[in-house]
Design a protein around this ligand. Structure first.
Ligand code: FAD
Length: 396
């Protein structure tokens, strides 16, 4: 029986674990290791901040969804991967040997790279984890009672831009609904070289689309910006500019998680081939945010390439099928170029953004605004949570 250890209990880790078990059945002994015992549907965190979702609406208990599928769960952080002797060492000193390892540990949020950044040791709010989003929701409520300037956006080395755009549009829509938009200036601060770049050189006409929406909604953009430091109520930019805020939601720089970073590039993201296999350690696979994709172009302020949930699930399926073919001696799947499909909420409407492949030059790409895209986004949240709850990883 092949021993497979999966690090991470989210989009990539759970999909990979379910798929490996589905494809190999009794031939695979699968263990998921995660420092979080919950699966959180991260795309709904902006709605949670806005007060439109509660934590229990978007959270599943990992053990309850793995157990019925015969997959073991270790609720501990991986501390180290000993790739030469094929074992994972956990934070409590447990040693987990493996024949195959799948790494889907997501990002390490590197708040420490910018003094004063972040909700724990600094002065800015964050959207990227459930606990941070709950805290940010409370700050948002207090700004509604005591209005002041709001700043949203992404610092240097971010590789997930969508949530900041969504929140800018959602906050704008909510303030208009409450007839208080004129009391709160909104500034969008970003490392992107232009609006709608999103780390991938744009998607279709996303540049003009975002510029038009920002102008219509009176959201002030500030592009190609790097943050020097944050003080209470003030963001200090590297160009000397100072930006006051009552609420600042700034995405932090992304790095690879320390436990797996030694297998990766200088930022700790893990290089892989088209089947998500490590180039040196052939029994290690890396998927989702943990794997490395080089940016499509040099930008004045460095940005990273997003690996969306949609992309992560595709990667997990290819990695799982490749492991299954290694175990059974069959020919591995031929991996196609990755594409991306994204539904961006805009508060009162939404946009469907598509690109194939993810990086230019592309066969196709577009951005389209439509109210039905918002209904699709709500439907997708329910569908994906149902799919994860029942371990139906073979569904699209
Ligand atoms: C606010 C927000 C909105 C988003 N919106 C969208 C969207 O609309 N559409 C879309 O396609 N994508 C969206 N994304 C991106 C999507 O959520 C990610 O692509 C996806 O979560 C990546 O999955 P992952 O498994 O690579 O990493 P993550 O989801 O980050 O999961 C990492 C897992 O690893 C665990 N872990 C971390 N370190 C360790 C360790 N040392 N040991 C063990 N376990 C560890 C974590 O607890 C977690 O379970 C959004 C992301 C955020 C944050």
């Amino acid at each position: 029986m092949a021993k497979i250890v999966v690090l991470g209990g989210s989009f990539g880790g759970l999909t990979a674990a379910f798929e490996i078990k589905r494809l190999l059945g009794k031939q695979a002994d699968v263990t998921v290791v995660s420092d979080d015992d919950r699966f959180v549907f991260l795309p709904s965190l902006p709605w949670l901040i806005m007060g439109w979702r509660k934590p229990e609406d978007i959270t599943l208990k990992v053990i309850e969804i793995l157990k019925p599928k015969g997959i073991d769960f270790v609720h501990e952080a991986a501390k180290q991967v000993d790739a030469d002797s094929s074992k994972v060492i956990t934070s409590k000193g447990k040693e987990l040997p493996y024949d195959f390892l799948v790494i889907s540990t997501g990002p390490h949020l590197a708040f420490d790279e910018i003094p004063g950044l972040g909700p724990d040791k600094g002065y800015t709010a964050c959207t990227f984890t459930l606990d941070h989003a709950v805290k940010t929701g409370a700050t948002w409520k207090s700004v509604l009672e005591n209005p002041g300037p709001i700043v949203l956006g992404s610092s240097q080395m971010v590789s997930c831009f969508g949530p900041s755009y969504e929140l800018a549009f959602e906050i704008d829509s909510e303030l208009r609904r409450r007839k208080m938009r004129h009391k709160i200036p909104i500034l969008y601060l970003t490392s992107e070289p232009y609006l709608g770049h999103m780390g991938v050189g744009g998607l279709g006409a996303s540049k003009t689309f975002m510029e038009h929406e920002f102008a219509e909604r009176d959201i002030k953009p500030l592009v190609s910006q790097a943050i020097q430091e944050v003080a209470p109520g003030e963001i200090r930019l590297k160009d000397g500019n100072k930006i006051p805020f009552k609420l600042a939601m700034i995405a932090p720089p992304f790095k690879g998680v320390p436990a797996v970073a030694p297998l990766g590039n200088p930022r700790g993201f893990i290089p892989v081939d088209k089947n998500y296999r490590h180039p040196k350690h052939k029994n290690i696979f890396a998927i989702g945010v943990a794997m490395a994709i080089a940016p499509p172009e040099a930008t004045p302020v460095p940005t990273g390439v997003p690996k969306t949930g949609f992309m992560t699930v595709k990667m997990a399926k290819i990695a799982a099928a490749t492991i299954a073919s290694d175990v059974t001696g069959k020919t591995p799947p031929v991996a196609d170029d990755l594409g991306v499909v994204c539904l961006m909420d805009m508060g009162n409407t939404a946009a469907l953004m598509k690109a194939y492949p993810v990086l230019p030059p592309r066969q196709s790409s577009y951005t389209k605004k439509a109210v039905w895209a918002r209904w699709m986004k709500v439907g997708f949240e329910k569908y994906f949570l149902y799919k994860m709850k029942h371990g139906s990883s073979n569904w699209p």
